[in-house]
Ligand binder design. Sequence first.
Ligand code: G6P
Length: 620
Amino acid sequence: MCGIVGYIGEQQAYPVLIKGLHRLEYRGYDSAGVSMITPQGDLHVYKATGKVSALEEKCAPEDTTGTIGIAHTRWATHGEPNTVNAHPHRSESGNLSLVHNGIIENYKTLRAMLEKKGYSFSSETDTEVLVQLIEFTQKNEKCDLFTAVQRALKNVVGAYAIAILEKEHPDRIVCARKGSPLVIGVGTDARGHREFYIGSDATPIIEYTNQVIYLKDEEIALMTRNSDLPEIINLANVHQTPEMHTLQLSLDELEKGGYPHFMLKEIWEQPNALRTCIQGRVHVQAKDVRLSGIVEHREKFLNARRIIICACGTSWHSALIGKYFIEEAAQIPVEVEYASEFRYRNPVIYPDDIVIAVSQSGETADTLAAIQLAEQKGAFLYGICNVIGSSIARATHSGTYIHVGPEIGVASTKAFTGQVVTLCLLGLAIAKEKHTLSDEMFHLLVDELQSIPDKIQWTLEHNQNIDQFAQMFTYCRNFLFLGRGYNYPVALEGALKLKEISYIHAEGYPAAEMKHGPIALVDGEMPCVFIAPKRGMYDKVVSNIQEIKSRKGKIISVVTEGDKTVSDMSDYTFVIPDTRDCFVPLLAVVPLQLLSYYVATAKGRNVDQPRNLAKSVTVE
Ligand code: G6P
């Protein structure tokens, strides 16, 4: 997930681009770049790793004059976040510069074809392939940039939003999209001149104009200086009439995609985030799961005596679900460790152990130290991170990114479900190699996992009244969350979410264990949240609910759609669609995220930045 900005008009472009990049920084912040054509006709590209401010320090004022430019803030997908891989990328001749958001799936094939034609590459990115392909098409077919982009994109498989500058024609920008968003702002400057803005969303545009065109999939747009509107054509060669929309949102709302908080946005992003996470790893036709880390280190996984997962916070909860799944599917014993405990207790580690670090940020100090210790003891290290090129991703021998995009809200939501999905993919990929699942079961699980994003969407849409219900619980001082089997970690996560952002004390417990202590706390004031899907140990959970009910506890339950028994016993229910036991956590956690969010907002808490907490805990 990257951010794109572009401008062509009569104002100085650089300030517009830099301001736009700052606005889009929430989409990615590992590197940034800008490309401008100066009044002298030179095309310059500046790039820097890190945040946009680092780019500003690098740019020479004389190279950033001019009224046309494009810029980019990156969230790395192909290649480390360094200056070479940062955007904009230039074509071989230096005539074109291009920024891209998305993933070109067939970039290796295209790169090999271009290499045969004599093109060379300086980065590892799919984006550089795209800019070279466009230049190749332009030269080979002797056409203008607009036509070349359209023709080149016919050969591209994947998702893209792109914007391109052409040195020879400093009066035009071409952009295109498929799968990744792109908005064109149509404005008029103080002297009445037409100007065009480009953005990954409207955040870099809204301050200048509220008139926008949302480019549609497979459309290519040409913005020429002084023309009234962009010219738009689609991949099928049909000219399109630009559809103008008036933006209704405020700038603040837009940054959060119309949501009042990043946390709510990230909760709702889960279906799409998980689709991205699964994409390219589950091969639908072959009904196969392939993780490059497992393919490359097949022997290590086949011979692993044990897997140890080290993590902290929410990542520790997802690791626990991963343990249940990997043990069940791949028949390897898995231990889950708090990284902060593991690193200080001289643990026994064998050379044929695999140590997995699970970390959204990839920077958590304890998790990093835990794997460094494991490495000293000869273990093979595997990372499951979200932030590309983060310290843990670099310190491990191999790994899998969860690819859910930047998570800004301190309370982790989409990273949790992304980690669970990735651990399930890992379990399936090992099971496939080890033949520990029948083909039939393997296929069933793969099919079901693929349906999870849609089922999360369903869950989000069918629990929209949680906000009203949450108001009733703002007075509570304690909450109990209870679940069994795969849902015990969900109970832990539900309790953590609530206490993190609402500051209400909450505990998660295995449902049967509550008899050994927590039940003493139960009275008419105490809400008990049960994760009670109509699966697995349903009857046993029903008995546990009875025990609480007879002590007048308030029952809130997460039930399978159509359930009657638990629903009748509960004061309030959240519904989820049916799924296999092992995937229930991915659905059941969603209403619990929403519950915490709405209780916290009803109490007036700062949900995105709760007191005393940090997104990335780089100190122990
Ligand atoms: C902090 C965050 C949590 C996160 C934990 C582990 O406490 O507030 O949301 O779960 O760190 O972070 P990691 O980046 O390693 O997953």
